[in-house]
Design a protein. Structure first.
Length: 248
């Protein structure tokens, strides 16, 4: 198991959350705003705000992450595990060319200086050839999210977490980014934890899905099971409110 979360609690806001993700498996985490999805993701990355403490167990390839030192976590972040957030501008350095930003995780985790060619190849792979000299403000939102994805995938992580990665983007751009995420994780056999409130996105990206309500996982199963025969009232409501219901 690439990721094993057991009995995760976060300051009373998230309670007794358990799930696992195998290598190459794509798991969706859905639920209303405020249900604890982002906190769950941040706790895995060791990025919880200081005032919130996590309890339970989070293992990446068998290694316990909860309580790991900041030094150990920064060795893993951007290397063995990466996260893509909703808003790409805040995750980029406005004063640095994007090629240099894609080269950063290579420099930090692999050492050496000259990663220009590798960074250009990564930008190429997300559909941004000849873009390495651009600054973030010269790119569209979708292009910035492509850069973020190139950075996240640079070191072939074992785990990729995407937290609403397309929510801030135009609908037409969303599908392109989803395809790139799928290509990127398939190529590397990453475990993917994909957070969204969009059930249609879950249906197209994820093999399994976890449903979160008020800090707890209330339902889980294959995407087909959960989206065609939801058990929990909350999941039924989510489905009824989505476009998927109409297309069934
Ligand atoms: N730093 C914090 N301190 C206290 N409560 C927080 C903090 N961050 C988030 N919360 C609360 O935790 C709950 C879950 O938040 P979050 O994980 O961001 O939800 P989601 O991503 O599902 O929308 C929300 O009620 C939110 O207000
Ligand atoms: Mg969130």
């Amino acid at each position: 198991m690439t990721l094993e979360v057991e009995g995760l609690g976060i300051g009373g806001l998230v309670r007794d959350v358990s799930f696992g993700i195998e290598r190459g498996e794509r798991v969706g985490l859905i639920g209303e705003s405020g249900s604890g999805k982002s906190l769950t993701a941040l706790s895995i990355m060791g990025l919880l705000p200081e005032e919130l403490a996590a309890s339970g167990s989070v293992k990446l390839d068998g290694r316990e992450l909860l309580g790991a030192s900041e030094k150990e976590l920064s060795r893993l972040r951007g290397n063995e595990m990466s996260m893509v957030f909703q808003e790409p501008m805040t995750a980029l350095n406005p004063a640095m060319r994007v090629g240099a930003q894609v080269a950063e995780p290579l420099r930090i985790h692999r050492g050496g200086r000259n990663h220009r060619a590798a960074a250009e190849a990564l930008l190429d792979s997300v559909g941004l050839p000849e873009t390495s000299r651009a600054y973030p403000h010269q790119l569209s939102g979708g292009q910035r999210q492509r850069v973020i994805l190139a950075i996240a995938l640079a070191n072939d992580p074992k785990l990729l977490i995407c937290d609403e990665p397309t929510t801030a983007l135009d609908v037409t751009v969303q599908a392109q980014i989803l395809d790139l995420i799928l290509d990127g994780v398939r190529e590397r056999e990453c475990a993917l934890l994909f957070i969204t409130h969009d059930l249609a996105v879950v249906a197209s990206v994820c093999e399994r899905v976890l449903v979160m309500l008020d800090g707890e996982i209330v339902e889980s199963g294959t995407t087909r099971e959960v989206l065609t025969a939801p058990q929990h009232d909350y999941t039924k409501k989510l489905l009824a409110a989505s476009d998927l219901e109409a297309s069934r």
